[in-house]
Design a protein around this ligand. Structure first.
Ligand code: XMP
Length: 518
């Protein structure tokens, strides 16, 4: 358990709860999100938060079995901030009144104006008279609880900002965590200041603590780590190596679906630069053999997932007696978000990971990045001295080029794709765009089209280029390249790569598209 000052976010199912955590981490405040069902009196006691935030959520406090919180939270003597549903819950429990929505529902942009009362939570706000906020509520508070006063109002939310400053209870109807509340971060900054947080969540401190915890957990046992060449598993590996040295062995499975020179780069970085024992499992024959003739996207993913586990297990055996398996699992993967749909969410794609491995192999897990968001992993990587060129790399999916080759995978197509992709990325780098783009890649389409080159007819593959901006890969926009850039890149690819005679740019956002083609 972390030694830092801790803030507890109770999740009532808002789509944007994770953003609250992001805003707080940006302030160097350590916080955890827990679903309301888990937050019992004893949980609150053992978590010992220095402050609590109630998230928003889709429920109504009138609903039967409406999400709630133990009353003991109000006796802990710590500041509490309620957001949207969190505000309504607070009022409902502390003696105020909530009314059902109907004609006062408010969604989207609204303006909050101040009242005559001053509140430290709002320091720096209302400098221009009013603040733009993002509202999303059906029900609303119609009478505030005893001890509370109103500090900000909007046309449809007369109680937009309320507080009982003596008890440090704060409640807002809007969502300060979203970008559409442009100065919302300031409210979080003021809130954690009022709660006495000193901003002790720094990467340097985290690194030292993580190293100590890994040593404690592992003792003198052996650890193996599946290395994909991506940022997460690489940072995990370097961190663990710093903690336990040669007790760690990495296994890098080359499934024949990597990008140009990728295997060499990963192997040289880990073996030569970091001196980390590494097994380079060259299993291209096996993977490409089993994928031969397969074109269904889910079948491809399943085959790759299964083979990856088999191969990893086979090579892990070479390490002999490893008790632990290290994984680069991140915080967004472990948050138990509240699901109000009542069932598992629809599977769009079966993302490939090594889930299931630890049970099969009777191993325990080491997951030193479980508390971190992606950009925090990058900061930790920098702290560990990994080169920027490596840390800034675009994400690359576990199934590799297989999902950038819709339809049947052949060696010919993979070779063409590798060359074209390398030129595309080279172009992006040359034009200084790499860091602006979240992820970029080429995909080879399962169609041939007619072209003409040097008076000859060609009948070659079409290539799609994809580049997106995103924060977390959950939603994405297509990157707005200039036409000149696209034309120059297309010319280079067609001139330098035999087998392609047509290049297209994919302008689909996510949703409705996904980032990868399959
Ligand atoms: P999609 O295509 O689902 O991709 O919009 C979102 C992000 O996830 C990556 N991705 C994967 N990463 N294993 C991974 O490790 C997978 O099976 C996988 N599928 C997609 C994708 O590259 C993008 O960054």
């Amino acid at each position: 358990m972390t030694q830092h000052q801790r803030l507890l976010i109770i999740d009532y199912g808002s789509q944007v709860t994770q953003l609250i955590a992001r805003r707080l981490r940006e302030l160097n405040v350590y916080c955890e999100i827990h679903p309301y069902q888990k937050v019992t009196e004893s949980f609150l006691e053992s978590f010992a938060p220095k402050a609590v935030i109630f998230s928003g959520g889709p429920s109504s406090v009138f609903a039967e079995g409406a999400p709630s919180v133990p009353m003991s939270v109000f006796d802990m003597g710590v500041p509490i901030l309620g957001i949207c549903y969190g505000q309504q819950l607070m009022m409902h429990l502390l003696g105020g009144k909530v009314d059902r929505g109907h004609d006062t529902a408010e969604f989207g942009r609204a303006w909050v104006t101040p009242t005559d009362e001053k509140l430290p939570l709002l320091d720096g706000w209302f400098e221009e008279g009013r603040e733009r906020v993002w509202m999303s509520h059906g029900d609303h508070v119609s009478a505030i609880a005893p001890g509370f006063k109103v500090y900000g109002t909007s046309p449809n939310a007369p109680f937009a900002v309320t507080a009982d400053p003596d008890r440090h209870f704060y409640a807002v109807q809007f969502h300060p965590e979203v970008h559409h509340t442009p100065r919302g971060a300031l409210l979080y900054e003021n809130f954690v200041k009022l709660a006495g947080f000193t901003g002790d969540w720094t990467m340097g401190a985290y690194k030292d603590e993580a190293i100590r915890r890994i040593r404690e957990q592992v003792g003198d046992a052996k650890v193996i780590c599946g290395l994909s060449g991506g940022v997460d598993s690489s940072v995990a590996a370097v961190l663990i190596h710093e903690a336990i040295g040669d007790q760690l062995t990495c296994v890098f499975v080359d499934h024949g679906l990597l990008r140009l020179n990728e295997a060499e780069e990963v192997v040289s970085m880990f073996r030569d630069t970091y001196n980390i024992p590494l097994i380079h499992a060259d299993e291209a024959e096996l993977f490409l053999g089993e994928l031969d003739g397969v074109s269904d996207p889910e079948t491809k993913r399943k085959i790759i997932g299964r083979l990856f586990i088999d191969v990893f297990q086979k090579h892990a055996g070479e390490v002999g007696g490893a008790e632990f398996l290290a994984q680069g699992t991140l915080y967004p993967d472990v948050i138990e978000s509240v699901s109000f749909s009542g069932g598992p969410s629809v599977t769009i794609k079966s993302h490939h990971n090594v889930g299931g491995l630890p049970e099969k192999m009777g191993m325990k897990l080491v997951e030193p990045l479980r508390e971190l968001f992606k950009d925090e992993v990058r900061a930790l990587g920098r702290e560990l001295g990994l080169p920027d060129s490596f840390i800034g790399r675009h994400p690359f999916p576990g199934p590799g080029l297989a999902i950038r080759c819709p339809g049947e995978i052949t060696r010919e197509k993979l070779d063409i794709l590798r060359k074209a992709d390398a030129i595309y990325i080279d172009q992006i780098r040359k034009h200084g765009l790499y860091d602006e783009i979240w992820q970029a890649f080429a995909a080879i389409l399962p169609v041939r089209t007619v072209g003409v080159m040097g008076d000859h007819r060609t009948y070659d593959f079409a290539l799609a280029l994809r580049a997106v901006t995103s924060v977390d890969g959950m939603t994405a926009d297509s990157y707005p390249f200039s036409h000149d850039f696209l034309a120059e890149t297309s010319t280079r690819i067609i001139n330098e790569v035999q087998g392609i005679n047509r290049v297209m740019y994919d302008v689909t956002s996510k949703p409705p598209g996904t980032i990868e083609m399959e």
